[in-house]
Write a protein that binds this ligand. Structure first.
Ligand SMILES: *[C@@H]1O[C@H](CO)[C@@H](O)[C@H](O)[C@H]1NC(C)=O
Ligand SMILES: *[C@@H]1O[C@H](CO)[C@@H](O)[C@H](O)[C@H]1NC(C)=O
Ligand SMILES: *[C@@H]1O[C@H](CO)[C@@H](O)[C@H](O)[C@H]1NC(C)=O
Ligand SMILES: *[C@@H]1O[C@H](CO)[C@@H](O)[C@H](O)[C@H]1NC(C)=O
Ligand SMILES: *[C@@H]1O[C@H](CO)[C@@H](O)[C@H](O)[C@H]1NC(C)=O
Ligand SMILES: *[C@@H]1O[C@H](CO)[C@@H](O)[C@H](O)[C@H]1NC(C)=O
Ligand SMILES: *[C@@H]1O[C@H](CO)[C@@H](O)[C@H](O)[C@H]1NC(C)=O
Length: 420
């Protein structure tokens, strides 16, 4: 009951932080005359988010295989806001054309660019039930590797709207008889023009410089892998020189009011030490095993140590992604990779519910931080203050009591003396 009242209070305490509001313009398949464009299949979404002094250009697509979100931050000139993007060139087999498919017109100046590429999906049979992807030899029989370059995707324009970009798989290719279909892998990006907190668990705080994505796996036939779990191989890129080291920092909090049971937040930074001018990927270590997100169906999200993309052989995935159309010199930009893993010892794994959904956020600048809300500060102060008040009043009461009692005795004595 108390908890309910508390959460009710909390839902009113979400503060809409101030900050700029961006003007959003979404276009589909730029460079193609029609919105549905077979040559650009499975489609490209281009969103311009115009701020007061700058523009964020989002290009999101699974063209070429790996689902990718590229963000280019530029100045805001008086006119000609648009990047030169040609999705037919992005899809071209001609390398010269592909390399030139996303460029800046004169007048637009790049401030920074960054992005995320999902390269592979690993399924492993977790016989030891440790939820530790590094515990098994990749050459053992416990693995199925799904290369995103072999996936076929549905047309991105079918499901996307102005503030939501949706990628759905069509088939996953030969592995395990195309176990993926239609809704079984959904990756969606929420585009924001302002700052607020997500209404969905884990209620991440966002701003006009970030986009949140939900990664969902559901209804997948895992065959004789009755203890199946997943690892999502993810690459983060930044437009710095290759030598710029990326870093994942994890912050602990005493407060779990927005995400019950979760006291951590992780930021994967493209420019550690210069966060205000870099990109980040942010997440809380939690995902959900049922579509109705709640603490009762929450489990852990973990990640493996950052690896160099050449060490784990994912550079070819980057080259087949749309990143290559903007970074033709992709082998010399800064980038690193990790495996995000889902689940916790004895939570039943993916197979138990046939469902896993995770939300994270890609953004520019200092990553949003959960501040302890004024309500919690109030509750804590009240919690600490009450005993102090009690002690003070208690003390006063004792003194008064003592004093009155003493007077009582005096009276009694006086009475006695009177009697005597
Ligand atoms: C590739 O495209 C460029 C520019 O459009 C063109 O000059 C070149 O001949 C093409 N190469 C091939 C092999 O078609
Ligand atoms: C997967 O793991 C379970 C035990 O967790 C085991 O019963 C099953 O045989 C394994 N499947 C394969 C293909 O090894
Ligand atoms: C797996 O096999 C490949 C090719 O046979 C080999 O190069 C690689 O080192 C092996 N990996 C491990 C972890 O044993
Ligand atoms: C996937 O979607 C297509 C088109 O809507 C439909 O024809 C097909 O039956 C669906 N496949 C499955 C396995 O649901
Ligand atoms: C998961 O969903 C797939 C597709 O609907 C189904 O074939 C499979 O049997 C389900 N697995 C479990 C463990 O329920
Ligand atoms: C698991 O199923 C695959 C086919 O999907 C088969 O090749 C393999 O031998 C099976 N493994 C076991 C241990 O039954
Ligand atoms: C992810 O895990 C797989 C399986 O262990 C491994 O082959 C791959 O190199 C890992 N990728 C990264 C970025 O660590």
């Amino acid at each position: 009951m108390l908890v309910k009242v508390f959460t009710l209070l909390l839902s009113f305490s979400y503060v809409i932080s101030d900050g700029q509001v961006r003007q959003m313009v979404t276009s589909y398949n730029p460079g193609c005359q029609t919105q549905k464009c077979p040559e650009c299949s499975p489609g490209v979404v281009y969103v311009q988010a115009k701020g007061d002094n700058d523009i964020l250009h989002y290009v999101v697509s699974a063209l070429g295989g790996p689902p990718t979100a590229l963000v280019i931050k530029t100045n805001r000139p008086k006119e000609r806001y648009q990047l030169n993007i040609n999705c037919k060139m992005m899809a071209s087999k001609n390398d010269t054309e592909r390399k030139a498919a996303i460029t800046l017109p004169s007048g637009l100046k790049k401030i920074y660019s960054y992005g995320v590429v999902f390269s592979r999906l690993f399924q492993y049979n977790d016989t030891a039930d440790k939820a530790d992807i590094t515990a098994y030899n990749i050459n053992s029989t416990k693995w199925r590797v799904y290369d995103f370059t072999e996936f076929e995707w549905q047309d991105i324009t079918t499901w996307s709207s102005n503030n939501l970009i949706v990628m759905k798989v069509k088939t996953s290719g030969e592995v395990m008889d195309a176990a993926f279909y239609n809704e079984s892998l959904v990756l969606q990006f929420h585009m924001f023009d302002h700052s607020d907190r997500s209404k969905e668990l884990p209620h991440l705080l966002y701003d006009a410089d970030s986009t949140q994505f939900d990664f969902t796996l559901q209804d997948i036939d895992t065959g004789n892998y009755s203890s199946a779990r997943w690892g999502l191989e993810t690459v983060l890129l930044g437009s710095d020189k290759k030598t710029t080291g990326m870093h994942i920092e994890t912050k602990k909090s005493i407060d779990d009011e927005y995400t019950p049971g979760v006291f951590e937040m992780s930021n994967w930074l493209t420019r550690p030490g210069n966060e205000a001018n870099g990109g980040y990927l942010q997440w809380k270590p939690v995902c959900y095993l049922k579509p109705g997100r709640a603490r009762s169906v929450a489990t852990k999200v973990d990640y493996t140590n950052l690896a160099s993309t050449s060490d784990v052989n994912v550079d070819t995935f980057l080259q087949s992604s749309i990143m290559y159309s903007y970074f033709p010199d992709i082998m010399s930009v800064s980038r690193s990779a990790t495996n995000f893993t889902f689940g916790l010892e004895s939570d039943g794994g993916f197979t138990k519910t046939n469902f896993t959904s995770w939300t994270a956020q890609l953004g520019f600048g200092a990553p949003p931080e959960d501040k302890v809300s004024s309500l919690v500060v109030g509750v804590i102060s009240a919690g600490l203050g009450l005993p102090v008040i009690l002690i003070m009043f208690g003390g006063l009461f004792v003194i008064i009591k003592k004093k009155t009692s003493k007077e009582g005795y005096t009276d009694l004595d006086t009475d006695r003396s009177n009697i005597q």
